[in-house]
Write a protein that binds this ligand. Structure first.
Ligand SMILES: [Zn+2]
Length: 750
């Protein structure tokens, strides 16, 4: 994450790719940057105008359809202002839900005295229906829906969030009423949960999931609802998607049967295809069924047009029947069979994809699909159909299908223009699409790890409750991993070739003091692809790996990946301490000391090795390093990006020998960078077909084109380096520069 973007943003998601010039050439695209101080959050809790009271719970039992409508109409009314957390509208929504929980006779969660479980940034609401069987009453089924929404959009219009997720809460309340009034209560307990802050990176459910009394609870299953009562893309009618049944085929059959009985089509999908889009993912590490019911995104999603009058209450009532049936059956106490072999790759999901894609592309106008995109929808349908026909739906094919689907659907399911900024350019949209695809790729690869990191972050925020005057220890979480097939080593005599690519994902957060003694909370999400490449002798490869390891210091997160590469190159377990290996290398090679060995790398003539050595040599002020760096700068046969990095380094060192070397290349017109240097673009590279690389390739190509256009000649870099280091300006006149440098009394630093 580069510093300037980290300073500006509260939440920024981005990815970059780091080439061999490491920090010198990191490209980072910041997606979402919003500066938000907690001060503003606190000040924004100002009452709304207008008067609204929470309607009493009707005494006579009314028909389910009209009750659902009453719930949605109340929660989505303009007076609730879009139910943004910490507002009066949110409080009114809470009172409404709590009154209905009370009427159902639900008990508070665990030791709580009422239904509200505050967590600093918001309040979850939990009511429990105790199980009837003493043997399994300790086991708990969670039924959840988030009650928060966005508040207003950037133009000040209220986003009422009727389908997202007043409708989900309505079904929650209806299920609570129906199940609690049964003559025979289910054997397991059921917790009815209305989460807050879902729209803020799932903070409400993450905070709930890290409570002690939740981690200790015996959760048997989770059923979450988000977005109900509308049609996917406004065209896929009378359909309820269910995600999370992939390891529970018996459960999936049962849910589909509930759908048939209720006259609504139930379409199963893999959980990871849906991605971390709602609260159930906060519980996925529990290895119990985590089902997600949704009718999917629609054209008014996250917009002021998401109003109650557009909800199809007949479809909502049918959805409610499926959800209530599923929860009752999960709570009935039979063991829930998990089949790990059934995981994900089944044809049900493919049929869902073909069905949905053909219905969307068959009603392109109604669905709002652009003419140019229709072909992409059809291609996805064909891709899924081909997989059904071939009968070969393996993990890799599945990953590719999901990433392609993400790319096609994203512009439609993420309103790209409603983040309060000027209209995005086509290029920015393209970047954003790629970034989100890339994040989806990482989530597909590391779902548990990413959610664990998020849970830890939220746990820390809840524990320290950072605010205007309260700090918090810095939070850092990182994944740094070589994926399967991400490491390749080919040997052919003296031309060995090492290619490694590394997935990197990090979450960080800190509270920094600002002016006025007030503290500001900042968090960052970053993701990148990094690479390690070296061609050369076996020994050069080993030196390269060792230098890479040293340059990362004692970073414990990075060490395992670096050790793995070194082990592959040397064929032996490298131990924990890279400096022990350096000492052995120094002895074996007959070097005077480590600096001597680093100089040998600098002067190897091998661009990859020289670059790695330069990176390590940055902090070494030995004269031998200066002499070697001078020779790197002056070596016109060496790859120009390596020499450019040496000039950059020499500029900060400002020592006489390196500055004199810069005088020698003032006439050098070689461009300092060429697209050939970028190994990510090498089509013959063993990882060229990796899904991650396919996603970022268009961006890498564009960035490389731009970079090639703006790359300065080596001579220009030397001239501006000399100016910066000395404060003088003799232009391209080498003899005047030399004269000035020679007459300068100090031998070493200027
Ligand atoms: Zn939602």
């Amino acid at each position: 994450m580069n510093k300037s973007s980290a300073d500006k943003s509260m939440i920024s998601i981005g990815y970059g790719f780091k080439s061999q010039a490491l920090a010198a050439k990191q490209i980072m695209i910041v997606l979402i940057s919003a500066r938000k101080k907690l001060a503003l959050l606190l000040l924004s809790v100002v009452g709304l105008t207008g008067c609204v009271s929470v309607p009493p719970v009707p005494s006579a039992s009314t028909e389910s359809r009209s009750e659902l409508a009453a719930h949605v109409n109340f929660l989505a009314r303009p007076e609730l202002g879009g139910r943004k957390p910490r507002t009066r509208g949110s409080r009114l929504a809470r009172r409404y839900i709590e009154a209905r929980f009370k009427a159902c006779g639900l008990a508070p969660w665990s030791q709580a005295t009422d239904y509200e479980l505050p967590f600093g940034l918001g309040r979850n609401i939990v009511g429990v229906l105790p199980g009837s069987d003493p043997k399994c009453a300790k086991e708990m089924v969670l039924l959840s829906a988030h009650y928060d929404h966005l508040g207003k959009d950037e133009t000040g219009k209220i986003c009422p969030g009727a389908a997202d997720n007043a409708a989900g809460v309505a079904v929650l309340l209806e299920a609570a009423k129906q199940i609690s009034s049964l003559a025979q209560r289910p054997k397991r307990s059921i917790a009815f949960v209305a989460f807050d802050c879902e729209e803020q990176m799932l903070v409400g459910s993450l905070a709930f999931s890290c409570r002690d009394d939740v981690t200790k609870a015996k959760i048997a299953a989770v059923v979450n609802m988000d977005i109900l009562g509308r049609d996917f893309f406004d065209v896929v009618r009378n359909t309820l998607f269910v995600a999370g049944t992939e390891s529970y085929p018996a459960l999936r059959e049962q849910v589909c049967r509930f759908g048939t009985n209720a006259a609504i089509r139930v379409l199963p999908l893999g959980s990871d295809l849906v991605g971390p889009r709602s609260d159930h993912v906060s519980f996925e590490s529990l290895e119990v069924p985590c089902l997600f019911f949704s009718s999917g995104p629609y054209r008014d999603y996250h917009r002021p047009g998401d109003t109650a009058d557009k909800i199809n209450f007949d479809a909502l009532e049918r959805s409610a029947k499926v959800v209530a049936g599923t929860v009752r059956s999960l709570a009935e106490g039979q063991a829930i069979q998990r089949e790990t072999n059934a995981m994900a790759c089944d044809a049900n999901e493919l049929r869902t994809v073909t069905t949905v894609m053909s219905e969307v592309s068959g009603h392109e106008e109604e669905a709002g699909v652009k003419k140019d995109d229709v072909a992409a929808f059809q291609k996805l349908e064909d891709q899924a159909q081909a997989l059904i026909d071939s009968g070969r739906y393996g993990p890799l094919a599945r990953k590719q299908l999901i990433l392609d689907a993400t790319g096609v659907l994203l512009p439609y399911v993420m309103p790209l223009e409603s983040n309060g900024k000027p209209k995005m350019s086509e290029q920015e949209k393209e970047y954003l699409k790629e970034d989100l695809q890339f994040l989806q790729y990482l989530y597909l690869t590391y779902p548990r790890e990413i959610m664990d990191g998020s849970r830890k972050l939220v746990g820390q925020i809840v524990r320290y409750h950072p605010g205007l005057f309260r700090g918090m220890p810095r939070f850092d979480f990182e994944i740094y991993d070589i994926p399967a097939q991400g490491l390749s080593l080919t040997r052919a005599g003296n031309t060995n070739s090492l290619r490694v690519f590394i997935n990197q994902f990090s979450l960080s957060a800190e509270v920094k003091p600002t002016k006025w003694l007030i503290r500001a909370f900042r968090g960052n999400v970053s993701a990148s692809l990094q690479e390690m490449n070296c061609d050369g002798t076996q020994e050069q490869l080993a030196d390269y790996c060792l230098l890479q390891w040293i340059s990362q210091g004692r970073n414990l997160t990075h060490a395992p990946a670096l050790r793995k590469v070194l082990q592959a190159v040397n064929g032996e377990e490298p131990g924990d301490d890279p400096w022990k290996l350096v000492n052995r290398r120094v002895q074996r090679g007959g070097f005077k000391d480590a600096t001597d060995w680093i100089c040998q790398g600098l002067l190897s003539g091998n661009p990859d090795l020289t670059l790695a050595a330069l990176y390590v040599a940055r902090k070494d002020h030995d004269r031998r390093i200066s002499a070697a760096v001078s020779r790197v700068i002056a070596d016109r046969d060496l790859r120009a990006d390596v020499r450019a990095f040496a000039i950059e380094m020499a500029t900060t060192r400002a020592e006489k020998p390196v500055l004199l070397a810069m005088c020698d290349v003032l006439d050098d017109a070689t461009p300092s960078w060429k697209p050939d240097y970028e190994r990510f673009l090498d089509q013959s590279s063993p990882y060229a077909t990796q899904p991650a690389l396919k996603i970022i390739r268009p961006t890498v190509e564009k960035v490389c084109r731009d970079q090639a256009k703006t790359a300065k000649p080596i001579g220009d870099l030397a001239r501006s380096g000399l100016r910066t280091a000395t404060g003088k300006n003799f232009g391209g006149d080498a003899s005047r520069w030399r004269g000035w440098l020679e007459s300068h009394p100090k031998e070493k630093s200027l």
